[in-house]
Write a protein that binds this ligand. Sequence first.
Ligand code: NCD
Length: 305
Amino acid sequence: MGLPFTHLTSTKQLSRSDTDAILRVAQDMEGILKKGGCDLLRGKILGSLFYEPSTRTRLSFESAMQRLGGDIVTADGIQFSSLYKGESIEDTIVVASQYCDIIAMRHPEVGSADRAAAVSLVPFINAGDGPGQHPTQALLDLFTIQKECGKIDGLKVAMVGDLRFGRTVHSLSFLLGLYDKITLVFVSPKELTMPEKVITFCKEKGIAFSEERALDAALTADVLYMTRIQEERFTDHSEYERLKSVYTLKAAHLKGKRTVIMHPLPRVTEIATDVDALPNAAYFRQVRNGVPVRMALLAMLLGKL
Ligand code: NCD
């Protein structure tokens, strides 16, 4: 099956047949997980390099590798790495390539993933490059949408919150653009609107979209994808303080609605905990989907499927 590329840095490099293949393999991986894993990647090592905070992405990559019988070596926190001593990303990646068979890296700079992929001697996966892209999250989001809604074509998907700095919504918009008759609703304060690269993409692809300010605009969608205001990206902290509570989705907003509620997590205050008990609150199921999707990517990029 394989994939027609060695490194995954952006969802823009994926075609519809790539996403179809990844989602199909992810579904098979769910079956393997139910049996407790397999030995497909025995003898292979994942280099897990996280230079920015992470819980889900890192743990699910490491869990995915181990469920496939592989091993991990890990580095986290810039202050504990050679990057802190002034080593370039390129040198770090060439060095890491000597110790492992595949690398997943998270780094605070936009474009760091492309720089890393350009020199990596082994398959490289972007696990988040600052406010840039987060392709593996978008793929697990897509897998979740397919499971929750039974389809992807024809859906209306609302993205709410920090659309400027939230990398997951950038990556997900590009992926949804591969499907038919998608409608996107972008809800944000005017300071945190979707970047031009996504808006231009929607216009070029002829995707129906609208930009809104009020949470109400998202409540009629098939999927409401909530995001956190990204405190760490603000240069002016008072601006963050002013915007941090701009939207809070509450159970009362969702009375009688079947809208599937997603969130890449971590959640701060943007979804009240009274939403958690609703059957359409999908964010904890979404988290679980990270493992089979990352298993699929690891196996496919290592040429095993
Ligand atoms: C997201 C990220 O790191 O971009 N989290 C994740 O990977 N699950 C979203 C966020 O941090 O808000």
